[in-house]
Design a protein. Structure first.
Length: 173
């Protein structure tokens, strides 16, 4: 596990607008929005027979919420290729690509200078929902957005990604 150091000059928290998604060893083009990484652990209530007035609580099962990725529609077919591994219309008898419909995903967060500051590994992801095109409207003025909903079996922070030494502009002499 990496040693944690605190950048003495960093005061502000990281912003939420600089990030990248990676799968199959490549960055995925154009991802503009990623939903929150969230897990919930059920609370199991129980009580001891000799203490009828109070109950105790302990952790139960942990669930990881699906992650939604959004990006503008482009010619890059990565979203659709992965979605087709779960269900490919017209492939009678071979609708699901069981060998490779799951894959790990990496979410990287960058500081304002573009340096990787935080990364999360998201495990055994698969596409449960795919939106190829949004509602189309001839009177609108907006970017067409694709959406991919990824079920997953957990995530963990990559502690090998350490806090970067932030750059400083040198004043001319």
């Amino acid at each position: 596990m990496a040693q944690f150091t605190v950048n003495g000059s960093r005061f502000d928290p990281y912003k939420n607008f600089k990030f990248r998604i990676k799968w199959d060893g490549r960055y995925v083009a154009g991802v503009s929005k990623v939903s929150a990484l969230k897990r919930t652990t059920e609370v199991v209530k129980h009580r001891e027979g000799g203490d009828p007035s109070t109950s105790r609580k302990s952790p139960g099962r942990t669930e990881y919420e699906a992650i939604t990725l959004e990006r503008g529609v482009t010619h890059d077919p990565e979203f659709e290729i992965w979605a087709n591994k779960v269900w490919n219309y017209g492939s009678v008898g071979e609708e699901v690509s069981l060998a490779d419909f799951r894959k790990p995903v990496i979410l990287e967060v960058y500081n304002e200078a573009g340096q990787k500051a935080i990364a999360y590994k998201i495990f055994r992801c698969w596409v449960s929902e795919f939106q190829a095109l949004p509602d189309l409207d001839a009177n609108a003025n907006a970017v067409a957005i694709q959406m991919l909903k990824l079920e997953n079996e957990g995530w963990e922070r990559d502690y090998d990604v350490t806090e970067p030494e932030e750059p400083s502009f040198v004043e001319p002499t």
